[in-house]
Design a protein around this ligand. Sequence first.
Ligand SMILES: O=C(O)C1=C[C@@H](OP(=O)(O)O)[C@@H](O)[C@H](O)C1
Ligand SMILES: C=C(OP(=O)(O)O)C(=O)O
Length: 430
Amino acid sequence: MTNTIFHGFKKKIQGKIKVPGDKSISHRAVLLGAIAEGETTVDGFLMGDDCLHTMKCMRQLGVRIEKSGESLIIIGNGIDGLSEPVDVLDVGNSGTAMRLMIGLLAARPFYSVLVGDASIHQRPMDRVVLPLKQMGADIYGRSNNRLAPITVNGSKLHGTEYHSPVSSAQVKSAILLAGLQTEGTTVVREPELSRDHTERMIRAFGGSVLTEGTVHTITGPQKLTGTHIKVPGDISSAAFFIAAALITPDSHLIIEDVGINPTRTGILDILNSMGADISLENQRIVNDEPVSDLVVRSSSLQGTEIGGDVIPRLIDEIPILALIATQAEGQTVIKDAAELKVKETNRIVTVVSQLRKLGADIEETEDGMIINGQPGKPLKGGDVNSFGDHRIGMMLAIASQVANEPINVERTDSIAVSFPTFNELLESVR
Ligand SMILES: O=C(O)C1=C[C@@H](OP(=O)(O)O)[C@@H](O)[C@H](O)C1
Ligand SMILES: C=C(OP(=O)(O)O)C(=O)O
């Protein structure tokens, strides 16, 4: 376990940077490349722990994946090219890897076991197991099929119509990946639109998914063809640097090549409504995904209310939004965010407890938190803990921009899950 001391009180943030590749898109590039026919080249793949676990699992399933310079080459042999793994598939800390692979493997004619770290073994898997069982899947897990380890006895599935109680791209994607291999039509409805990278990427691989509002329809079986994927920078990683520039006086930061898929830009909409000075330049489309450079300047911010259908569009950015809210004038209320309780940690508890330790005025609610901003009043330093949650670790590191004493963050090793170069990049712009 590593700890890191961050000390950056009022150190202005300046420069031009790129953040690592999008985690959601990187997972999907490997999964779809692995089941496509022919070669797939992935540029900008995120070499973070989560995606490396997905890559290793796909290799265990018999897929050849090689690094070639900065690119990843996946040699797919079609969906039938996957073979039974001789050992358990370990997803590490990644909910995306586990849930998407359960969907993928549910329709493969072999046996597999999926495990992960202590955090993964506490996260609900029934949200994908239930709909897949409705499609005829044979899946078991601890605690009445709710928790990992999960065993998948691959079988022939049939199409279904599933109304998901949660707006979760992992649930939607698991069903679509099973539906892709299944004779007939599979329909998944979600309460609010969640990130749509799976749908876009199935199309980039030559497949088809129909989306009407929040209803997604896939008709299988479909064959995918290898392609060239360029992964944009991860807006969820960029968010930490956006925050650092906004809350530190005299900052001016350019972040190049950031993915701005509308299902991910809730953070930009909310920051805009809080008065943030962020402009989008050089907007373009790459692989059916919108990409832009972001120009961020320090800003005076106002508190706001964050809830409703924006939540799935910024769910991973709530920890850093909470920190930003401590620096905004007035109150910020975050609601409808109970999903935070089933992330790498219970993020309502970890955000509130750790920011409180630093002197923030923040309290937990049933489905979110309330923050009374104190702009101009520095946070304190001291010992805080990421509890193994990468996003909590990075949020606490950025808090050092507004803390007048050093912040000692325990378990910073977890940051490598999504942003292995975070510390160096932060140093480079300070
Ligand atoms: O599909 C994905 O790549 C992800 C979906 C979201 O989770 P849910 O599907 O649980 O909302 C998000 O929090 C996670 O970081 C990545
Ligand atoms: C929730 C996250 O990821 P996952 O669900 O894939 O573990 C995240 O990256 O914040």
